[in-house]
Design a protein around this ligand. Structure first.
Ligand code: MN
Ligand code: MN
Length: 293
């Protein structure tokens, strides 16, 4: 059995192991797309780079009491590299549609943040939780460009409804975004609030978003740059990986249908970021596995 879409594969599998499509629970794929990056481009190299890291870290998850090697992940490879937002978004939509049609949970590795929209287009009435240092709520960025990594949460809010999106870990924004967030009542929490507060508000957040298909998008710049330095637009005062995974553990419930991890820019790495990215994906998959087993 093969996916309709031909994805390229270098015979290197995420987590060092390949499960056949039929018996898999998760189908993972990479999107080597970074055409709208404006600062530290290079996230097109991230899927392969994060695969490498995933093969070289230990796999036991204390959070879920399971060995991530038991996860049934089919690594479908990477989508072709096409420098068009439209075409890339449509291809992602079709790939995610197919994965969902097979009854599997998609895991998407970017690439830059614009790609999240493609996955959401394949869902029915989703709610979306985005981890991000940035709001990505500009109307255009750079001027005249409506589809970019810096506008994508705005496009998501417009398409899926401002009440169905929450942005967690924010600490870098501009007046335009703050005004839009205020006027539209966008639900967001700063990284400072997340680091200080307990996570009981996550329960409230979940209640507000209840019973819609939940997609979680992790822009890895949500983490502090001391933890994940190799991202497209690093911003100080981020959250820790422990905080991110604690919140994730609280968020992951039966409504979750998939997740993505975006914005890793390998050429700026000292070797830490790829490991943090791989660990985040494995722990999140273990959490989902536990809920859905
Ligand atoms: Mn982003
Ligand atoms: Mn960001």
């Amino acid at each position: 059995m093969a996916l309709k879409f031909h994805l390229t594969h270098e015979n290197k599998y995420f987590n060092g192991k390949q499960t056949g499509i039929e018996e898999s629970k998760f189908i993972l794929f990479g999107v080597p797309f970074d055409s709208t990056s404006t600062y530290r481009a290079g996230s097109r190299e991230a899927p392969q780079y994060i695969r490498d890291a995933s093969i070289n870290i230990e796999t036991y998850s204390f959070r879920t009491s399971m060995d991530a090697l038991e996860l049934k992940i089919h690594d479908a490879g990477d989508m072709p590299q096409i420098p068009s937002v439209d075409i890339t978004i449509n291809m992602i939509m079709e790939v995610v549609n197919e994965i969902r049609g097979l009854g599997k949970t998609p895991i998407m590795i970017g690439g830059e943040h614009t790609i999240t929209y493609g996955a959401l287009k394949a869902l029915k009435d989703p709610s979306i939780i985005i981890f991000d240092a940035h709001m990505d709520l500009r109307d255009e960025y750079p001027q005249g460009v409506r589809w970019s990594h810096a506008t994508i949460s705005r496009r998501i809010a417009e398409e899926f409804g401002v009440d169905n999106i929450a942005i967690l870990g924010v600490r870098a924004t501009c007046r335009e975004e703050m005004e839009y967030a205020k006027n539209e009542g966008i639900n967001f929490k700063t990284s400072m609030e997340l680091m200080k507060g307990d996570i009981s508000y996550i329960e409230n957040l979940k209640r507000n978003l209840s019973n819609r298909e939940l997609w979680i998008s992790i822009d890895l710049d949500v983490l502090d740059p001391s933890i994940a330095p190799a991202v497209g637009n690093p911003e100080p005062e981020g959250i820790t990986l422990t905080k991110l995974l604690d919140i994730m553990q609280c968020l992951v419930d039966k409504n979750i249908v998939g997740f993505d991890l975006v914005e890793v820019s390998p050429k700026y790495d000292n070797g830490i970021t790829s490991i943090v990215a791989a660990k985040t994906i494995l722990e999140t998959a273990c959490m989902i596995n536990k809920i859905k087993s």
